[in-house]
Design a protein around this ligand. Structure first.
Ligand code: AQP
Length: 332
C-alpha cells in the first residue's frame, strides 16, 4: 500500500470548513486505500504565541474532531507530533540543508510574518516549512493530502528530499502533493476571492464546524454572491456562487452540473436555504461525535499513545538512516 501523511494544527479549536473539505475529508477516504499517517501538529502550533492550557485542550479537541470526521485508529495511524521526537531531530538536519534564501521565498511565511510584524515573527515560524519537510520525509510518504495553500511546502519537501538523496545516497521517498482540484481552495463566504482561513477571515466569512448549527445556517444564508441571479459554476466571474456550489456538491455527492440544473430558474435564496440545511445536517452529528470523544479523554489519550508508538517505529528507522548518511557517529 502506498503511504500518505498529513497534519493539522491544533491552534484554532474548531476545524473550519476549508480544513475539512480541503484536507480532512481526503484523509478519511485515503485510509481505505493507503497506509495512512495523520497527526495533530502541536510543534507547528507554537510558531505563534500560545497559551499552554489552551494548546493542551485544543490538541485533544483536534484529535476528537479527526475521529468524529471518520478517521479510524484501526485503519490509520493517528498521533500527536510532539509525541514523536524524531520530527524535531530530522528537522535540524533539514534546516542545515536549506538555503536561507530558499526558505525566505516561502509565501506563507511572508504573509504571516507581515501580519505579525517582521520583528515579532519567530524563527520557528520562518523554519516551519522545514519542520514540515521532516514530518513528511520521516514516514517515506508517497503522497501528502493537503489544500492548495500547502503546495509550495510540498515542492520544498521534494527539493530537499532530492538534495539529500543526491548528496548522501538514496534515503528518502520524494513525495507528491495530493490536492483535489474541486476542493483545493474553499473561499471565504464574505470575500470569495480569499481563502477561508482562521486568521484572515471575518467571523461571518468563516464556518467553524463546532459552531451552533443555527449560526452556521445564518452564515450560509448571508454569503456574498453577486448582482446576477443565475446559478452557474464560474469561479472567474461568479466566485461566491461557485464556492457555494463546490461546498454543496462535495457535501452531498451531487455533481455541479446536476445542481445547476436543479436550480435553473430559481434564485440564490433557494440555493442558500437548501445548502444551509445540508450544512446543518452535516455539522450536527459531527459536533455530537466530537463531544463524545472529548467526554472520554482516557480512550482518546490511549488512541493517541498507540498511534505515537506505531509512528515512532517508522520515524526512528528513517532518522537512524538519515543520521548515518550524514556522518553522525552511532551511539553505542
Ligand atoms: N480554505 C481552505 N481550502 C482548502 N484547504 C484548506 N486548508 C486550510 N484552509 C483551507 C487545509 O487544511 C489543512 C490544515 O491546515 P492548517 O493546519 O494550516 O490549518 P489552519 O492553520 O487552521 O489553516 P488556516 O485557516 O489556513 O490557517 P491560517 O489562517 O493560519 O493560514 C491543510 O492541508 C490546509 O491546506
Amino acid at each position: 500500500r502506498p503511504r500518505v501523511l498529513s497534519g493539522i494544527q491544533p491552534t484554532a479549536g474548531s476545524f473550519h470548513l476549508g480544513n475539512y473539505l480541503g484536507a480532512v475529508r481526503q484523509w478519511v477516504a485515503l485510509q481505505e486505500s493507503h497506509d495512512a499517517f495523520y497527526m495533530v501538529v502541536d510543534l507547528h502550533a507554537i510558531t505563534v504565541p500560545q497559551d499552554p492550557r489552551e494548546l493542551r485542550a485544543n490538541t485533544r479537541l483536534a484529535a476528537a474532531q479527526l475521529l468524529a470526521a471518520g478517521l479510524d485508529p484501526e485503519r490509520c495511524t493517528l498521533f500527536v507530533q510532539s509525541h514523536v521526537p524524531e520530527h524535531a531531530q530530522l528537522a535540524w538536519v533539514m534546516n542545515c540543508l536549506t538555503g536561507f534564501g530558499e526558505a525566505s521565498r516561502m509565501t506563507q511565511f511572508k504573509d504571516k510574518s507581515a501580519k505579525q510584524g517582521a520583528d515579532r515573527a519567530s524563527v520557528g515560524l520562518f523554519t516551519y516549512p522545514i519542520l514540515q519537510v521532516a514530518d513528511i520525509l520521516l514516514y517515506q510518504a508517497h503522497q501528502v493530502p493537503v489544500g492548495e495553500d500547502q503546495r509550495q511546502h510540498i515542492e520544498l519537501t521534494r527539493d530537499l528530499a532530492e538534495r539529500f538523496n543526491g548528496r548522501f545516497g538514496e534515503t528518502f521517498t520524494v513525495p507528491e502533493p495530493y490536492i483535489l482540484k474541486e476542493t483545493a481552495k474553499i473561499y471565504d463566504l464574505q470575500d470569495p476571492t480569499i481563502k477561508m482561513s482562521k486568521s484572515a477571515s471575518t467571523p461571518k466569512g468563516l464556518i467553524n464546524l463546532l459552531d451552533e448549527p443555527k449560526a452556521t445556517a445564518k452564515k450560509i444564508k448571508s454569503a456574498v454572491t453577486d448582482t446576477d441571479t443565475v446559478i452557474r459554476f464560474d469561479p472567474e466571474t461568479k466566485p461566491g456562487v461557485s464556492n457555494l456550489l463546490t461546498i454543496y456538491s462535495t457535501l452531498t455527492g451531487t455533481s455541479i452540473a446536476e445542481l445547476e440544473e436543479k436550480y435553473a430558474g430559481k434564485g440564490y435564496g433557494a440555493l442558500k436555504t437548501d445548502l444551509a440545511e445540508v450544512m446543518v445536517e452535516f455539522v450536527t452529528p459531527f459536533r455530537e461525535r466530537t463531544q463524545q470523544y472529548l467526554g472520554d479523554p482516557e480512550t482518546l489519550d490511549s488512541i493517541l499513545a498507540e498511534g505515537a508508538e506505531k509512528a515512532r517505529t517508522v520515524a526512528a528507522e528513517t532518522l537512524a538512516r538519515a543520521y548515518d548518511k550524514v556522518g553522525f557517529l552511532p551511539a553505542k
